[in-house]
Design a protein around this ligand. Sequence first.
Ligand code: ADP
Length: 625
Amino acid sequence: MSVKKRKWREDLARTLRAWGIYRGCRPAFFWSVGLSSLGKAVSPYVTVWFTARLVSELAGGRDPVALRWDALALLLSSAALTLLNAILSHWKTVEEDSARRLVYQETYMKKWLEMDYPDVDSQAVYDQFSRITQTENFTGYGLLEAREQFEKTLTPVFQVVGGLALSVSLFQARVPEGSGVAFLNSPFFSLAVLAAMLAAAAFSPYCGDKRNAYVDRYVDEGRLSNRAFSFYGYMSGERQRAPDLRMYRQQENVCEVYFVRDKGFRPGSSIARSAKGPMGLWSAASAAVTVALTGVVYLYVCLKAWGGAFGLGEVTQYIGVATNLFLGISGLFKAAVDIRGNSPFLERLFEFLDIPNGMYQGSLTTEKRSDRKYDIEFRDVSFRYPGRADYALRHVNMRFRVGSRLAVVGPNGSGKTTFIKLLCRLYDPTEGQILLNGIDIRKYRYREYMDLFAVVFQDFQLLALPLGENVAAQRDYDRGRAADCLAKAGFGERLASLPKGLETYLYKDLDKEGVEVSGGEAQKIAIARALYQDAPFIILDEPTAALDPVAEAEIYSKFNDIAGDKTAIYISHRLSSCKFCDEIAVFDGGAVVQQGRHEDLLAAENGLYHALWEAQAQYYTSEKG
Ligand code: ADP
């Protein structure tokens, strides 16, 4: 019993938290839903009340003047309420829409942006998130459902309060003794009618629950079909896929998977069969009980009127009020069931939103030193990616001299990028320490520490925004500096040829006059972005995807000039690109197997560097002479 009680409280607490998220993002949403629910709930009572007066007059005095006024009041109140409700409903729709968008930004996007990098990079977290959004797309359960529940809970609350207030006199009105139905005066009858209302109101959500159980059964199937739809349904319109689809004649395959193999949403699917069979029966049972209850209410009210407790006008009023009261009670039950039903989905959502930021956030400042004296040391650092048994880095020891040029070379998968991720504190070492000026980097303020590094990642991403904003990584920027950085990165001529210069949008997503840039050009923009940041460390992660070996070597040596007094780190699996560096660290299988200057490393004939150099020499010796 106590377990069940606690569970209810949890369900309610989760829903309240979800409503709180909406209120936080958009307070006007709360007011619009509150007022439109009030309008929707109260209007029928007003209409019923004026109708009752009109009917009373018709059945009683039949005074033409009073009748005219009653009819006018009924018409005017109905018209005014319809107008008011339309305005409120329109306001609510607009607010709901912006609330939805804001909530998406405030919850999902903000969470992703604030999460520790290891969680962003984790497949498990990604799966957790797709489960939430896919279920939301298929069933609407989760935050979206909670938004709708707010209205679906408030409206019945107003209906019940109004209904009870207006029906007190129905239960109180006494039938004269000797009328044959005086037994209706017994409080038992009033209670029996209320109990019938409660029972019928409870039965309807019970049916709904039974029906939903079928929906739950097909959630996985539906999610799969939804996934197939979102994958294959849009594939035909994806530009990058178009060449592949055509060359391999995959158009038919795609259509076949989508239209034939995936049967989830087709007529005759198990979902459709169930909707026609048991799900339909449960819905019908719920409707039948509602009709039966209406009969009971009519009987009770009409018998009382027949016995002489009240006149014809009140019959109209009480039947109207009782019908709405019943709607309110069943609405409340339904809201309770829906809140319960949505709770597990909210639980999953909050598990995601509550993923803690576990990375230690230090408090020391990195103090922007004008002398750029930043001394970094890797002290016996080992690292394992979360969930992986093998080490990506093993016992790495290294020290960077300020202003030097360091190259990190080695075969693919040897741990070069991982080394950089640890250096920038995207991940923390599993064992060992990284020190900045002799102090563990975890002790520094996270953001400040990160700002020491400007990295051009291998898979760097530019945004579909103006060129200048991409370079500066912000909206307001120093135009002269942005143009200067672009020129240093070798993009000067192209910039001069762009009619809108720094205002030119990259790509066509947001501006149809945007420019498409090649891989090499994008690389230059990414380098300009790193230069603009003016960080003491500048890192270039192998740009091999976009460049041939010769172009890469050129960029690297040019970069050497641009980097000036900064400490520059180059990563590559092509040794020729880095031979000018002061120090070269050779990675293999996650360990630093050799370290030194190019000439010394090449002289060690048994070393990996020598072997790699020999193997790669054929690619560039002819071009480089
Ligand atoms: P390199 O940059 O030298 O090509 P990486 O540092 O990218 O090598 O990879 C080193 C090892 O770590 C590889 O075995 C790779 O599979 C693994 N690895 C890289 N990134 C991840 C990740 N996000 N999760 C799990 N393992 C990873």
